[in-house]
Design a protein around this ligand. Structure first.
Ligand code: MOS
Length: 731
């Protein structure tokens, strides 16, 4: 620690960019005023698999305002260099307009560029594409799978045979789409060999690297800007084909081009949460202590890329047991490639494991919360490492108390309120504490105010605000003396703004840069004969409200401004960096939580209403409680969606997504959401990173769906092993 007083961190500060957002002054990707911009509209395939046999573009080309119609027939071949440092899964990424193959319904097969959006839309509707169609495959259970990823400790199959209590359960989860408010959009502009894109992205450096690889140009020739992102949920850490379409068409017509995906195009133009079939076998003793689990997992991926996510980890480390065996197979289907979304992998695994734990609790007659205590490990049994911090017991205890858990009847279907069956359920949440290398630049001006920069993104968690708070404390300035900037690839590089790693990674780089700038100023002062701090021990000097003074002599000292002005300096600068330690890991690092739900289920209609939802979270240090609550509410609302509403439906005949719109793809709205409550257990994790945070955005989503599913069982006595749980399943 720095000895600096903490005045800004921990305070529920409102979003510093809030005024810009509510007044409409915040510019999102499609909002940037770029001179002479043209509009591109993508034509999507209307078959799910096959090849293009002909494209008739004459009528489109002849339309007023149309500047170009491109397809694989006339688009330039692009280098598409390998990009190993990216988030691209193994395989060959979709190469737009490079061949006649159709790999999924909705694949871009042509693009029209025109003077106005209306011209482009109309002309795109006139492009005629002929296909030779084949029958696409969407059968997750029976299609051939890729080689499995496996894990084993002990002898799980044997141990299961001899276990006094055994369960063999198969769960299914459906495909979910991200559905952020802001559609994906890109404006691309070339100045000679220099490409500038305004893009909705959650990873500015990833988009930069991908465009450089696709076009075979140096990294320095690509600039990416994204100062505002209107939600992402994981749709944005990859650079999708439409970004290439924007850059390709802009280069071709020699003018800037804007591409905005329609809501419908978002369903196949970006990624999604893959559907899963997850068979879990579980063995335990009669007191509910786990002895063995086996996991047979199948998840969809595309035919051209193998998307895998962290589905295995929770089954290895969440509970104590000697025997575990896991097989995770991805199944190539005729779909576009999935991507991370809201607690990727961990949310799905937690749904299965926490539902099965609930089933076990009833089987052995142990309270579900008590069952978790009985299976609490002392170390991470997958790595044999100690936990950096694991306050799961505390989360459970606080949740049991605050929710009034003990008042529930043990038996299912035991409470009624008129037509409604009432039940409660709980589940544990867990998520990996991710961190990656990040840098930040700090500049203190002679007037005593600072600007801090890092590429990053802020898709909604409040990165602008939380970074400002960290910087203000480390510099010893008031909040309004610090401006944090992000969203430009010219700024210091940062990891993907996803996986709940921004606060730990970028926040630690910001703190490092501000610490070193503060020390630089203090050093200048104590070495300056004209400073009242001359000769002081720099380690005893702290900065408050821009004023350097010895810790025990607050009246003594001088301000940054006085120092810089007297020394005739325009500014001081420092570079901050963070990198997770290299070498073998010393700790198992995760964030934990306990979720408690109360539901009401209409006894005749099967409609499920959430009555109460409480989350108690061990996320390490909380930088801003208001922003944390905003994350928690958002994550829990997302969990209601996964549990009860969200389901992308595919027509098996051709792969068309039949509900690719906000009317038919259901997400929770206000009427679906009760008062939500989040509690954060006190604590910090300085093994994880120098600011003590463990990540929050995913944690608050994981565990919500199983808590709801378990409450539905308690209310009705019906165990639905499928998400979403819909009324028809409960009638
Ligand atoms: Mo996310 S799934 O943290 O973008």
């Amino acid at each position: 620690m720095t000895g600096q007083p903490s005045n800004a961190v921990g305070v529920p500060t409102s979003r510093v960019e809030g005024r810009l957002k509510v007044t409409g002054a915040a510019r999102y990707a499609a909002d940037f005023p770029v001179d002479d911009v043209l509009y591109a509209v993508v034509v999507d395939s209307t078959i799910g698999r096959g090849r293009i046999t002909g494209i008739e573009a004459g009528a489109a080309t002849a339309q007023p305002g149309v500047r170009a119609v491109l397809s694989h027939l006339n688009a330039p071949r692009l280098p598409y260099r390998d990009n190993t440092g990216s988030n691209n899964p193994a395989g060959q990424r979709l190469r737009v307009f490079q061949d006649d193959q159709v790999r999924f319904f909705g694949q871009p097969v042509a693009v029209v560029v025109a003077a106005t959006l209306q011209d482009a839309q109309h002309a795109a509707s006139l492009v005629e594409v002929d296909y030779e169609a084949e029958q696409p495959s969407f059968d997750l259970d029976s299609a051939p799978a890729n080689d499995p990823e496996t894990y084993a400790r002990g002898t799980a199959d044997q141990a299961l045979t001899s276990a006094p209590v055994r369960l063999d359960l198969t769960y299914r989860t459906s495909r979910n789409h991200h559905n952020p408010m802001e559609p994906h959009a890109t404006i691309a502009s070339w100045d000679g060999d220099q490409l500038t894109v305004w893009d909705k992205t959650q990873w500015i450096n990833g988009t930069q690297a991908e465009l450089a690889a696709v076009f075979g140009i140096p990294l320095a020739s690509v600039r990416v800007l994204n100062p505002f992102v209107g939600g992402g949920f994981g749709s944005g850490p990859r650079c999708w084909p439409h970004v290439t379409v924007a850059a390709l068409t802009a280069r071709q017509v020699g003018q800037p081009v804007k591409v905005v995906l329609t809501r419908r195009q978002m369903y196949f133009g970006t990624g999604f949460r893959p559907a899963y079939t997850y068979q879990l076998r579980l063995g335990a003793d009669r007191r509910g202590r786990l002895t063995a689990t086996t996991h047979h997992i199948r998840a969809e991926t595309s035919r051209y890329e193998n998307f895998q996510e962290g589905i295995l980890a929770p089954g290895q480390m969440l509970y104590s047991m000697p025997h575990v065996s896991q097989e995770y197979r991805t199944v190539p289907l005729d779909v576009n490639t999935p991507l991370w979304i809201r607690g990727p992998g961990w949310a799905t695994a937690s749904y299965v494991i926490e539902s099965a734990m609930d089933e076990l609790a009833y089987q052995v007659g142990v309270d579900p919360a008590e069952l978790r205590y009985r299976n609490e490990p002392e170390r991470d049994e997958s790595t044999d490492l100690p936990f950096s911090t694991r306050r799961l017991r505390e989360c459970l205890a606080v949740g049991v108390r605050e929710f009034g858990w003990q008042q529930r009847p043990r038996a299912p279907r035991a409470r009624r309120d008129g037509d409604w069956l009432i039940g409660t359920g709980m589940a544990v949440s867990v998520y990996d504490t991710l961190r990656n290398a990040a840098q930040a630049q700090v500049r203190l001006a002679a007037d005593g105010t600072a600007i801090v920069e890092a590429a990053s993104s802020d898709m909604g968690p409040g990165t602008y605000t939380s970074m400002t708070q960290v910087a203000a404390d480390a510099l010893g300035l008031d909040l309004d003396g610090v401006q944090f900037r992000l969203g430009d690839s010219l700024m210091p590089p940062t990891p993907p703004h996803g996986g709940s790693q921004t606060m730990a990674s970028v926040g630690s780089a910001v703190q490092d840069g501000c610490d070193s700038l503060r020390r630089q100023a203090i050093t200048l002062a104590v070495q300056d004969r004209n400073s009242p701090l001359y000769g002081a021990d720099p380690d005893t000097v702290i900065v408050r409200r821009g004023r350097m003074s010895p810790r025990d002599q607050p009246a003594h000292g001088e301000t940054y401004r006085q120092l810089l002005t007297r020394q005739g300096r325009t500014h001081l600068e420092a570079r901050g960096s963070f990198a997770p330690p290299t070498g073998p890991a010393r700790f198992s690092m995760h964030a934990y939580g306990a979720l408690f739900a109360e539901v009401a289920v209409d006894a005749r209609l099967g409609i499920v209403r959430i009555r109460r939802l409480l989350g108690v979270f061990d996320a390490g240090r909380i930088i801003n409680p208001a922003l944390a609550d905003s994350q928690a509410i958002g994550g829990m609302v997302g969990g209601i969606g996964t549990a009860l509403l969200e389901h992308t439906v595919t027509d098996p005949r051709d792969g068309r997504i039949t509900n690719a719109n906000f009317a038919d793809y259901l997400v929770p709205v206000n009427a679906d959401v009760p008062d939500l409550r989040a509690i954060y257990v006190r604590g910090q994790d300085f093994e994880a990173d120098p600011i003590g945070v463990k990540g929050l955005g995913e944690l608050v989503h994981v565990g919500v769906a199983p808590a709801i599913a378990n409450a539905v069982f308690h209310a009705t006595g019906r165990r639905i092993r499928e998400l979403p749980i819909t009324a028809d399943m409960l009638q």
